[in-house]
Design a protein around this ligand. Structure first.
Ligand code: FAD
Ligand code: SIN
Length: 534
């Protein structure tokens, strides 16, 4: 029986495979980890779609790094801490800004072509950076360039194999240790044994009905890790990007912050500028402030959007600087150099995730995490723009190196009949009728957007909690099709975000409560979850 994507069939038996290192996800963090490990064993990168299908591949604005003549790592450090609103882990930030320049120069040596002015690298400005610090490629296709270079580099190693369209369902846990993962690949369910498993599954934007994230971003890694007993941290901190395209027949396409960095302004539907009323840095204020300001203007003017305006800027410059955005918007009949662009905020990035130390080590032996799925604490309560690609590079490499010291052996384990029953037997799997699965997914994402979105309060969170509970029957099901497994993961992570948002009775960073607008007592604590706690 085919699932929605016609690519995963219900499995009836289980294959077993053994590798040294298993990496789940082929974005910047997973590929960088694979390159680090490549000389040291055989590596398998499993990824649930095409290898380049990831948030990384869609990244526009660029990658932050203190490499320009006017910049210093110390200033990048301070800007990151300020954006994180008091909740960054300083040791992680120090590593990010100090190791960042070396990792970027290494990428350039592997062929990364960042835009230049003459022979010098061209750095641009984004919100909350106190220096021009953002490297970009082909104008607004930075992520595509990074995926190209990393995939090319990975191809030079015979030791690295890739399984595209292979979905990690759950981790293989024995005696509290991670020995690999159950992978759905085509018709097969594979028990993949490895001495180290690195989760690099990216974010969870698809939990919300308005998001800039690609369809693969369903929080799988966080849900899989949580089911296995990993600690998750800071789940209430979701970053909402202020400017996603708002057009009836268009996707929620991101309009990079770099556009505001180049002088684009925001206007309400009466064409009035408004950002100066909300923040002294106006359009370049922190993302959460700009997103909330947009929502206030939308409510005040009874509109579903505001406008991003570039019409006062040099049209030729804009076309060259943002060629991908220009051509994509034209496909939806919006000419960004002539028209006001309708925009509204959308879920963009999750600061929380699987708790790790600065080497990607989790509380489960043999399990590592890096990139957006992980929570090193580097972003605190709010991420500084363009710091996440750098995070993937720096902490992907570190997790790869740490995995070399995994205490786990990769011998093939005998799986108990209980494990076989839970994970593989066809007669014991569940499925939902396709319309039911899609109805729940739609309702859940809408609920999360409307009740656990940019502005939260006890009333909205209680309503969300109650409705999410009604779908809890899904959590016990042994699904073996992609859409159903994603639904289970979306629900798992959605519940944790809602719970954390309810527990934090105060507003910090990207987490805003209309009923507790101050930071509140004990705001410095980090909220964590572990399955047996619940
Ligand atoms: P990803 O790049 O998302 O990769 C995750 C991988 O895991 C994918 O290959 C996915 O298919 C795979 N996967 C997921 N679940 C499973 C599963 N169950 N089994 C197997 N594989 C799985 N950040 C910046 O710093 N600068 C920017 O300019 C910028 N622009 C952005 C623009 C957009 C539109 C978006 C969405 C994000 C942007 N970000 C930007 C954020 C940044 O792109 C991401 O945070 C970063 O790329 C995450 O990298 P990652 O390697 O952790 O995950
Ligand atoms: C953007 O280009 O606006 C996205 C940058 C980021 O998410 O860091």
């Amino acid at each position: 029986m085919l699932d929605l994507y016609n690519c995963i069939l219900y499995p009836s038996y289980m294959e077993k495979e053994i590798v040294d290192f298993l990496i789940i996800g082929s974005g910047i963090a997973g590929l960088r980890a694979a390159i680090e490990l490549a000389p040291h064993g055989n590596i398998l990168v499993v990824t649930k779609d095409r290898p380049a299908e990831s948030s990384t591949g869609y990244a526009q604005g660029g990658i932050a790094v203190a490499l320009s003549d006017e910049d210093e790592v110390g200033i990048h450090f301070e800007d990151t801490l300020k954006a994180g609103d008091g909740l960054c882990r300083e040791d992680a930030v120090k590593i990010l800004v100090e190791e960042g320049p070396k990792r970027i120069l290494q990428l350039i040596s592997w062929g990364a072509e960042f835009d230049r002015e003459g022979t010098k690298l061209d750095f641009t400005m984004e919100a909350a950076h106190s220096r021009k610090r953002i490297l970009h490629a082909h104008g607004d296709s930075t992520g595509k360039e990074l995926e190209r270079v990393l995939l090319n580099k990975v191809r030079t190693f015979q030791s690295v194999k890739k399984y595209p369209f292979a979905l990690a369902k759950d981790l293989i846990i024995k005696g509290g240790e991670c020995h690999g993962a159950y992978i759905l690949k085509g018709r097969e369910l594979i028990a993949l044994f490895a001495k180290a498993t690195i989760l690099a599954t990216g974010g969870a934007g698809q939990i919300f009905s308005r998001t800039t994230n690609p369809v693969v971003a369903t929080g799988d890694g966080m849900a899989i890790a949580y089911r296995a007993g990993a600690v998750l941290e800071d789940m209430e901190f979701i970053q909402f990007h202020p400017t996603a395209l708002f057009a009836p027949s268009a996707p929620q396409f991101l309009l990079s912050e770099a556009m505001r960095g180049e002088g684009a302004v925001l206007r309400n539907i009466n064409k009035e500028l408004f950002m100066k009323n909300y923040h002294s840095d106006a359009e370049l204020g922190p993302r959460d402030v700009v997103s909330r300001a947009i929502i206030s203007e939308m409510v005040r003017t009874k509109s579903n959007y505001v406008y991003l305006d570039l019409t006062h800027l040099d049209g030729e410059f804009i076309k060259n600087r943002f060629p991908r955005i220009y051509s994509t918007c034209l496909q939806y009949d919006v000419n960004i150099i002539k028209d006001l662009i309708p925009v509204s905020p959308a879920a963009h990035y999750i600061m929380g995730g699987v708790k790790t130390d600065t080497d990607g080590v989790t509380n489960i032996k043999g399990l590592y995490a890096a990139g957006e799925v992980a929570c090193t604490g580097v972003h605190g309560a709010n991420r500084l723009a363009s710091n996440s690609l750098l995070e993937g590079l720096v902490f992907g490499a570190r997790a790869g190196r740490a995995a070399l010291n995994s205490p786990i052996s990769n011998k093939r384990l005998e799986l108990s009949s209980m494990e076989l029953t839970t994970h593989s037997l066809s007669h014991n799997t569940h499925s939902l009728p396709i319309p039911v699965c899609e109805e729940i997914r739609h309702a859940l994402r809408k609920l999360m957007w409307e009740r656990v979105g940019i502005i939260r309060c006890e009333v909205s969170l209680s309503e969300a909690r109650e409705k999410l509970e009604r779908w809890s029957f899904i959590l016990d099901k042994n699904f073996v099709a992609r859409r159903e497994l994603e639904l289970k993961n979306i629900l798992t992570v959605g519940k944790l975000i809602t719970e954390a948002a309810g527990l934090r009775k105060g507003s910090v960073g990207a987490h805003y409560r209309s009923d507790f607008t101050q930071r509140g007592e004990g705001w410095e604590r980090h909220i964590t979850f572990k399955k047996e706690d619940k």
